[in-house]
Design a protein around this ligand. Sequence first.
Ligand code: ZN
Length: 142
Amino acid sequence: MDSSKELSAQASFAPEPLLAEAQTAAAHAYAPYSGFRVGAALQLTNGSVVTGANVENVSYGLTICAERAALVRAVATFGPAIRIAAVAIANLNNAPSPPCGACRQMLAEFIQPDAPVVFPAAEGTKTLPIADLLPLAFERIP
Ligand code: ZN
């Protein structure tokens, strides 16, 4: 890991308020099957914060993660031109919860390249830009 990238992703960004929003959202998770309750908070470039929580389904594969729940809510609320300035992820299980691959790809579509993504990791809260979380993101061939 290039520590300079990590530092630039954190520059002038205080994650605590956004993490608090993600933690609050996690309390709204619907997770009767896994018990893993996750919340995400997106800071948009328009100044708004949009949150989401994971929503499970008895057909497990239909479950949606907190990050994607927040993203679709942000687009539905503000339209397709939204840009994400920062992401915070929290859970109520005191466990690591970096965004999954599907969420990384979905976030990559709307996130600023240097936007910090803050999440609980094994070694504590970690902050990385999306390019480090998802190198070689899928892009449509023109
Ligand atoms: Zn996910």
